[in-house]
Design a protein around this ligand. Sequence first.
Ligand code: BTN
Length: 285
Amino acid sequence: MRSDRQTSGPRGWQGRSPESWGAELGVPLLELHDELPSTSDRLRELAQRGTPAFTVVVADTQSKGRGRMGREWHSPPGSGLWMSVLVRDVPERFSGILPLAVGVAVARALERMTADSVALKWPNDILIGDRKVAGILCETVGEPGEGVIVGIGVNLRPPEGGLPPELAPGVAFLEGVSGLPVAEPAVARLLLGELGRWVRPVPERLEGRLLAEWEARDCLRGRLVILDGGASGTARGLRADGALVVTLADGREVDVRAGGVRLAGVGRSPALHGAIAPRYGTGGE
Ligand code: BTN
């Protein structure tokens, strides 16, 4: 029987049970935690025990939140929506497209909460005004094709005591840009609604409406970028398989399928939170 009892729960989710919130969000199972090492690790445990698609795990803070490429994801209490969502049945050949589709979904959801434009930086950083407002980490689970854990971190408001100074310049907070208080469940509802639309089923190729949605927000196209190996060139957009096309300084065209790129002229820092300036993602490159 569903219970509407008062629960403590993470910030923004108090007053109702996880079952009640889960029903409102239209997901089969929702776990709400005050603290976890990582919502994606918890969801992996559930996935391995057979939990259904669109099971969602949320935590108020993560002690071992992680970002792409093994970087740390700074997840202080009360400052963001730290959420993982299970997507099942993801054929391996589509796995390069899924993070891009999730990026479109997150960008569209956040646009509903701010008048500012939301940009996408390949492969899946979400930016407002050249600062990172959200990041996405997709990790496979189980046998090939079985499923993907989609971890989404959205920066909502500065943590108590502020951000470490080396992170602050590159981070945007949704409340900061919208100028209005933002409730965690409202952000989750928009995110899950858009995810349902863009990843059910998982798209096979970046084409049609999905490509148009990406291109409308692509902040790299035409800009000078530096690849992980140090080479630089001009970003030209994306291929149907999700690769970033870059024309190198010597005129050669390369398809970038792994890692990331950064904008030339934007410095590096040991930032944890991930940002376009001073850096993208979390941790070192
Ligand atoms: C990135 O930009 O590098 C991706 C960041 C992803 C962070 C989210 S927060 C919820 C989920 N749990 C994690 O440990 N990471 C993801």
